[in-house]
Design a protein around this ligand. Structure first.
Ligand SMILES: Cc1cc2nc3c(=O)[nH]c(=O)nc-3n(C[C@H](O)[C@H](O)[C@H](O)COP(=O)(O)OP(=O)(O)OC[C@H]3O[C@@H](n4cnc5c(N)ncnc54)[C@H](O)[C@@H]3O)c2cc1C
Length: 503
């Protein structure tokens, strides 16, 4: 069974600057913020042969390669200045299902929404991500914080069984736990550091169930600490399998249309929304799975604005809500800062250190998000994905007016300097490795340094690790074996030992 997700015309082509289509393709990213980076050629590939040709062409030109699937990473690591950008959005943009193996096979350009639609139609499920537009290529390489991961971990470890990869010398190889094992190990969690082009992905599936959810909406007032303690406590008590919870902080304007201002007015109260979900067969099962959220303690009752009972969630509505949190448009700019907490740090200390990241939102389109991943012991033997992800703590910053950038970046610098004191590292998808140049922001760690004066002020931060030090060393060795020439340069940002708690 094959579901084709792509209705657009199929026409693989090579685009060069100043020709029709180049600029539109260069701009096709979730974050439209100008980067000042111009690939020498953009190869919009349709076939494996196109991919092989693109790699060969980069070698002829003596330049590096960037690969874009969904283009959702705000820092746009695939947009290689003067290099070759390979656009994967049309290659194998379909989901096929093999009833015998019960595996789905899909191309890297398939979006989360398309993966849901295709698997739902055949009564199957695998854990894709939450934002409908995220491409599964980048999602899987980063690790994949897919649905209900607190029970089964990230998508690449328990679900993805095989990858088809065009390696730097132009060969098409299969990587799995039995074939090219080193490549399979290195691909899963490599994110933008990966050194090949993933062209097809195979995942296990399970029979689909129904999604149920409940929400609790609070006004934060002076009770940020109590509210977060409550959320973590209920998450601890919630059954592990087929459940998840996320906390979101925001101002009301985030979900209102046509708000004329961008800065947060002092009078705008901060909200905290808890969304708990269960993947179950029926309502009574879901109620039992989410019962840890039933009792609201006395000390936060005064903050409670709304509590919805457990009810069935319509997937279309779920994805529409995600879009409301991250509306897209040519003038909508986005940034992400995030950490993964160090599980050795006492919870109260962690809650206090992440307070600015959660509460000090620089614009009305920004929001704080804690995804309770509850992954404590990733298996480094199995994949380069090796840091614990108990809580993914992030701030999504959104803005339109370019003059707000310095202020936003300054706020994030301050907030995340504090948050990083309780971090073990960060999710590689959020790592900003934008090369510094005179016209574009410069970077230290996951922070953008918007102006040269910031650099001159000599404020240098540690770079948070994205893997353990031993996984990093093993990755670099494998990378060198497959890509001696450094055709894929994303690894460079991670090539020196990283500082911080996770040595
Ligand atoms: C609003 C929002 C919501 C998000 N929600 C989630 C979520 O629920 N779960 C989660 O895990 N992440 C989430 N993310 C992060 C997102 O998954 C990652 O940024 C992911 O890498 C995006 O994949 P992409 O293919 O769309 O991006 P791209 O920018 O196309 O890819 C990111 C990088 O991956 C590499 N790459 C991509 N495709 C290939 C390929 N085929 N071959 C080789 N290398 C490739 C490239 O180096 C590329 O620069 C979210 C991000 C945003 C902005």
């Amino acid at each position: 069974m094959v579901q084709d997700c792509d209705n657009s015309e199929k026409n693989g082509m090579v685009l060069v600057p100043q020709t029709r289509g180049y600029e539109a393709s260069r701009a096709r990213y979730f974050n439209p913020e100008e980067s000042g980076r111009f690939p020498a050629e953009i190869h919009a590939v349709q076939t494996l042969t196109d991919v092989i040709k693109a790699l060969k062409r980069a070698q002829e030109l003596g330049v590096t390669v960037g690969v874009r699937s969904g283009g959702h990473t705000p820092s746009k690591p695939s947009l290689v200045d003067k290099g070759v950008l390979i656009d994967m959005s049309q290659l194998n943009r379909q989901v096929s299902y093999d009833p015998q193996s019960q595996e789905v096979c899909f191309g890297p350009g398939v979006r989360v929404y398309e993966a849901w639609k295709a698997t739902d139609a055949i009564g199957r499920f695998f854990p894709f991500g939450h934002a409908p537009d995220v491409g599964l290529g980048g999602f899987c390489l980063a690790g994949g914080q897919g649905f209900f991961m607190r029970g089964w971990g990230v998508t690449i470890t328990n679900w993805i069984v095989k990858l088809e990869i065009v390696v730097p010398d132009g060969r098409v190889v299969i990587a799995s736990r039995t074939q090219n094992k080193d490549l399979f190990w290195a691909a899963r969690g490599a994110g933008q550091a990966f050194f090949g082009v993933v062209t097809r992905i195979w995942s296990r599936t399970i029979p689909k169930k129904k999604m149920f959810g409940r929400t609790l909406l609070f006004e934060v007032k002076e009770q940020y600490e109590d509210l977060l303690s409550f959320a973590f406590h209920c998450d601890d008590k919630m059954t592990k399998d087929f459940t998840e919870a996320a906390v979101c902080t925001f101002h009301d304007e985030l979900l209102q249309a046509d708000v004329a201002y961008e800065r947060v007015p002092p009078s705008s109260p901060l909200r905290l929304l808890i969304n708990a979900s269960a993947y179950a067969d029926d309502l009574s099962e879901a109620n039992a799975m989410l019962s840890s959220w039933d009792q609201i303690p006395e000390n936060i009752k005064g903050c409670l604005m709304q509590s919805t009972p457990v009810s069935k969630v319509d997937w279309e509505d779920f994805f529409k809500l995600q879009e409301k949190f991250n509306p897209q448009g040519p003038d909508r700019k986005w940034g992400i800062n995030s950490i993964l907490n160090d599980i050795a740090v006492p919870r109260s200390e962690m809650i206090s250190a992440i307070k600015p990241a959660m509460c000090n939102l620089p614009t009305v389109s920004s929001y704080g998000c804690i995804y309770m991943s509850d992954l404590l012991n990733p298996d480094e033997e199995d994949a380069v994905f090796s840091l614990p992800q108990q809580y993914y703590i992030s701030t999504f910053t959104g803005w339109k007016d370019p003059s707000l950038q310095p202020e936003i970046h300054e706020t994030m610098l301050t907030s995340y300097q504090k948050a990083e004191s309780v971090a073990c590292g960060m999710y590689i998808a959020d790592f900003n490795q934008t090369p510094s140049c005179s016209h574009s922001p410069s970077v230290s760690g996951n922070r953008i340094w918007p102006y040269s004066s910031f650099r001159e002020s000599n404020r240098v931060f540690d770079q948070l690790p994205v893997w353990t030090e031993s996984a990093r060393a093993k990755f670099m060795k494998i990378r060198e074996e497959w890509d001696l020439q450094g055709l894929f340069s994303g690894y460079k940002a991670f090539s020196g030992p990283m500082k911080g708690r996770n040595k």
